[in-house]
Design a binder for this molecule. Structure first.
Ligand SMILES: [Zn+2]
Length: 268
């Protein structure tokens, strides 16, 4: 059995105001932050956790987030860099369906799709304050139809190949690859822990904590459906890291991201 490897697929960057990154705390002003996806090469298959944002979508719907993304930072481009094609991905798991976590799903029609059971319904019918977050529905024919946004669908996206298997609670995606239910940021949000043969586990907070500072100060982003659950999820992530001696990786922390292995480098 081959050992588990993790590649971080650099998906470019976006900008938010500091009062969004650190809710009710700030300080205000532009913060440029990274977006990346997580590829787990495992004896049970290739698992892609999240798929970044789609440049054209952001330019059309949220241009104020000032996307910077090269060809190498798209899902097909990042996979190509490590000698893979979209059809080589067996399973796509989406931590949640905010546009910067599902924009590349459309390139992966052949993969099995998994998410929390409440996330597709939420993308179909988001709260008014969640509409921009859930603005890219190209990952799901069902969501695109429910929102009257079928113009976003690529011709290859069908109801059949964009149907998700819904899960709930904590779930082992593959041996040593565990999804921890951490709601609050979104209704069905998950964080991810990966175990390795030769190093400490990595616990990806995903959007339960955008940055190291967010987790240390229990200060979540202003984008959330339940801020009290969001605080509890941050406390849970801290406890999980302590219990498993896991290294914490943050989703949108430029200072941390610059120390991570990306491109053809990997963790094993
Ligand atoms: Zn999010």
């Amino acid at each position: 059995m081959s050992d588990t490897k993790v590649y971080l697929l650099d998906g470019g960057s976006l900008v938010l105001d500091g009062f969004h990154v650190f809710w009710n705390k700030g300080p205000g002003g532009e913060i440029r932050f990274p977006v990346y996806s997580i590829l787990v090469e495992h004896a049970e298959g290739r698992f892609l956790i999240d798929t970044g944002y789609d440049y054209d979508h952001v330019m059309k719907v949220l241009p104020f987030e000032k996307p910077i993304q090269s060809e190498d930072q798209t899902i097909p481009g990042a996979l190509k860099k490590i000698g893979l094609e979209p059809k080589d991905i067996d399973v796509v798991f989406n931590s949640h369906f905010h546009f910067d976590h599902c924009g590349g799903n459309k390139h992966l029609p052949d993969a099995k799709k998994i998410c929390h059971k409440s996330e597709v319904p939420q993308a179909c019918n988001p709260q008014p304050f969640e509409k921009l977050g859930y603005s890219d529905v190209s990952f799901s024919a069902e969501a695109a139809e429910a929102r009257g946004m079928t113009d976003q669908l690529l011709p290859g996206t069908t109801a059949q190949n964009s149907t998700f298997e819904g899960i709930e609670g904590d779930v082992e995606l593959a041996k040593g690859v565990k999804l921890y239910f951490t709601p609050g940021h979104s209704i069905g949000h998950y964080s991810l822990m990966v175990n390795f043969a030769n190093r400490r586990p990595i616990l990806f907070t995903i959007d339960a904590a955008y940055t190291r500072q967010s987790l240390e100060t229990l200060c979540q982003a202003s984008f959330h459906i339940d801020p009290v659950a969001g605080v509890q999820s941050m406390q849970r992530v801290k406890q999980l890291a302590a219990d498993h001696d896991a290294e914490l990786f943050y989703s949108h922390d430029m200072e941390s991201f610059e120390t991570y292995r990306t491109g053809t480098l990997f963790y094993e």
